[in-house]
Design a protein around this ligand. Structure first.
Ligand code: NAD
Ligand code: MG
Length: 391
């Protein structure tokens, strides 16, 4: 029996994770559930899974959850704040932690799970991108096992021999990172400045939270994933190529020296990578139907349009610059995306904000968590200024 903490249990990944866990009650029990808002949903999850802990944002949220539960789920203790999140991510009784909080807010709890040597299922790519070397050093030091949930990285992981300490030794030439191109792949470019948040969040293949949906529409999601791939697999930037694949059936590929190209395919449903990572190296049911290739009919591939998607270039530049540049890229993107979602920034100004911040931020070395958080904070301040200038 494995005890699992689900950070961000009310989100898109959190709900899919609970769906998979519920299919295997003999194998998994839920140790903790966490959410920032949507207390009613969290209360329902607590009644259903009876976790040892539930974690909310603050004391007010804790009161609201207690009222909602009204004595049901009596075994569930309510905690709050980052401290509560870190506690349930690192508790000695926990075996696995699903890191599915969105954005930089996930950094401390995810790192707490890594430092405590847990099996960490990483959906929260922002925490890895923003803290790169600090995150990887913590991983090495604790010996925690990191399993990628991002469908592309989970696919790459599945296409590599395991364990794989060195891509060259494994005969790998390249990683082909696939991306659908999002909802605006073929939209006339002169219309992009007036697309709405709801249009940006209407992804053709995946149903996801709003922040990652906007990232998919700008292709910053692929930019973050490019950095994520370099870090997770020790790939050089020139070894990772982005390929647009509108159907989201091939989740990514690994090209070997002998001409072999291995792909992992499946329906676009996050329960597959979640089940894979939860059970690795075994395989369990996920609730996802087998892929019917004949019904699907065709798979298309094309090169990304660099002009339409400047975020891809910005992410490459950040990776090349190293140090705090990916931290700055991520922070500026989070601020710009939030402003777009609130109606305060044009879609096409998202990369403009990020580029301004990247040009003006002071580069620093990421020597530890403090340096990461300082770089994140100052990039957010610069992004606020850029927002005022651009809107
Ligand atoms: P979501 O917005 O649906 O859910 C986010 C969860 O995090 C919610 O439970 C929310 O309450 C919690 N949360 C948000 N802000 C918080 C804060 N400040 N403190 C504590 N908790 C907070 O997002 P999602 O789509 O599930 O994505 C979660 C993560 O997984 C993101 O990093 C995303 O990039 C990654 N991811 C998602 C998908 C997907 O299909 N949805 C695929 C790959 C990777
Ligand atoms: Mg992905």
């Amino acid at each position: 029996m494995q005890s699992v903490t689900v950070l961000g249990s009310t989100g898109s990944i959190g709900v899919s994770t609970l769906d998979v866990l519920a299919r295997h009650p003999q194998r998994y029990s839920v140790f903790a559930l966490t959410a920032r808002e949507r207390v009613t949903e969290l209360a329902q999850q607590c009644r259903r899974f009876a976790p040892r802990y539930a974690v909310v944002a603050d004391e007010k949220g804790a009161r609201a959850l207690r009222e909602q539960l009204a004595g049901e789920a009596p075994g569930t203790e309510i905690l709050w704040g980052v401290e509560g999140l870190c506690r349930v991510a690192s508790d000695p009784q926990v075996d696995a932690v699903m890191a599915a909080i969105v954005g930089a807010a996930g950094l401390r709890p995810t790192l707490a799970a890594v430092e405590a040597g847990k099996k960490v299922l990483l959906a929260n790519k922002e925490s890895l991108v923003m803290a790169g070397p600090v995150f990887m050093q913590a991983l090495e030091k604790s010996g925690a096992q990191l399993l990628p949930i991002d469908s592309e990285h989970n696919a790459i992981f599945q296409c590599l021999p395991q364990p794989c300490a060195d891509l060259d030794q494994a005969g790998v030439e390249k990683i082909l990172l696939t991306g659908s191109g999002g909802p605006f792949r073929t939209r006339p470019e002169n219309e992009l400045h007036r697309v709405t948040p709801d249009e940006a969040c209407a992804h053709p293949n995946w149903s996801m939270g709003r922040k990652i949906s906007v990232d998919s529409a700008t292709m910053m999601n692929k930019g973050l994933e490019f950095i994520e791939a370099c870090l997770l697999f020790g790939a050089r930037p020139d070894q990772v190529e982005v390929v647009v694949h509108p159907q989201s059936i091939v989740h990514s590929m690994v090209q070997y020296r002998d001409g072999s190209l291995l792909a992992q395919m499946g329906e676009p449903d996050m329960r597959t990578p979640i089940a894979h990572a939860l059970a690795f190296p075994e395989r369990i049911g996920s609730g996802v139907a087998a892929l019917d290739l004949i019904a699907r009919g065709r798979l298309d591939f094309e090169a990304p349009d660099a002009r339409r998607f400047p975020c891809l270039r910005l992410a490459r530049e950040a990776m090349d610059a190293g140090g705090s540049a990916p931290t700055v890229l991520n922070a500026a993107n989070e601020v710009a995306v939030e402003a777009f979602l609130q109606g305060g920034l044009a879609f096409t100004s998202i990369p403009a904000v990020i580029e301004r911040v990247m040009k003006s931020a002071e580069p620093v070395e990421l020597t530890g968590l403090d340096a990461v958080e300082t770089a994140d904070r100052s990039a957010r301040a610069l992004a606020q200024r850029a927002l005022e200038e651009l809107s």
